[in-house]
Design a protein around this ligand. Structure first.
Ligand code: AMP
Ligand code: MN
Ligand code: MN
Length: 317
């Protein structure tokens, strides 16, 4: 039996919501859809989202402009939600989580345990938005909630193409587009469309990529110099790892961008042979079997060697 969202919030006057650092479509869609849903169903409660500022492609989602990315001091919340991750990846919002009367964690990453007093963790489901869909009462949906959930679902399933898409996912997608938002435009503008510099950086990364392990593994890098030259940041890197993965013969794609002198954010995408979450976990990260992430520290060559080593163990097993 899954948790009952409204029951868990019964009597709460102040409810806070957060998600992971470097928020993606599923994270933004889930925190904002939950905010809308709780405001609608519990009009007496004050509901607020605290989240690192998401990319402006998500600005059409209702509530985007109200997101608090300053993380001010607040009285303890009666209920605090962490969505699409555990409490270890919410950055500054951790202080609200720690002091809240009741902590609720809803996530779909592979995890040992939830971080909340109440947890709903289901790695078998493709996105946190799909999980929230199940937890919400469909009768309370409206166009804005539907659009937010839809954005999360398309981003984590690659527009219903990854193996985390199930018949249920498609049924939910079908129901959601029935609310009449312009879904082809949303898919294009939030998922596929790139700015010119984003495309240039993607092209440069593909051109300079290097293959390892009999060409079954590929590594791409955006270093600090490139980021400065092209004026791009972490939010501009989305999609590069997928392009690396879309190369014939590649069973595992590794994309790194520099976050410090000797620090790199890593994205992994893999086929059945490699469990990306398992490889990322060796470096303190995690995620899903086919898509995962972590941060590595050290000289670039050493970082790549260590990553390739973990992938080789699995490819050769
Ligand atoms: P990314 O490559 O950053 O798009 O992440 C791929 C998947 O792995 C997403 O579901 C992320 O939420 C998850 N992920 C990325 N980094 C981490 C991390 N350090 N710990 C746990 N999960 C992560
Ligand atoms: Mn996410
Ligand atoms: Mn997700």
């Amino acid at each position: 039996m899954r948790m009952n969202l409204l029951e868990e919030c019964k009597g709460a006057a102040r409810i806070g919501i957060s998600g992971h650092i470097r928020p993606d479509g599923d994270c933004v869609g889930s925190v904002l859809s939950l905010q809308m849903y709780l405001r609608k169903c519990l009009p007496a409660a004050k509901v607020k989202v605290f989240l690192e500022k998401p990319a402006d492609i998500f600005s059409e989602i209702k509530g985007y402009d109200e997101i608090d990315s300053d993380f001010p001091e607040e009285e303890p919340f009666d209920v605090f939600f962490v969505l699409d991750c555990g409490a270890d990846r919410i950055g500054e919002a951790e202080k609200y989580f720690r002091t809240a009367g009741k902590r609720i964690n809803i996530d779909h990453h592979i995890r040992e345990a939830g971080s909340g007093d109440v947890n709903c963790i289901d790695p078998g489901i493709g996105s946190t938005c799909e999980l929230l869909y199940d937890l919400m009462d469909e009768d309370r949906f409206d166009r804005d909630i539907a659009m937010a959930l839809y954005i999360g679902i398309i981003h984590d399933t690659g527009v219903f193409q990854y193996s985390n898409t199930t018949p249920e996912t498609l049924r939910k997608g079908a129901k959601l587009i029935g609310y009449g938002f312009d879904f082809p435009r949303l898919i294009r503008e939030t998922f596929y469309l790139k700015t010119y510099v984003q495309a240039q950086v993607m092209g440069k990364t593909l051109t300079e990529s290097v293959r390892f392990l009999d060409d079954r593994c590929i590594v791409g890098l955006v270093d600090r110099e490139t980021m400065e030259t092209y004026h791009v940041g972490p939010k501009d890197m989305d999609g590069i790892v997928n392009q690396l993965k879309n190369i014939k013969g590649v069973e595992c794609a590794v994309f790194l961008y520099q976050t410090g002198e000797q620090e790199y954010k890593v994205s992994l995408r893999s086929d059945e042979k490699v469990n990306a979450a398992q490889a990322a976990a060796c470096f303190g990260g995690g995620g899903h079997a086919r898509a995962a992430g972590c941060t590595v520290k050290g000289a670039f060559r050493d970082c790549v060697d260590a990553l390739i080593c973990r992938i080789a163990e699995q490819l050769q097993a």
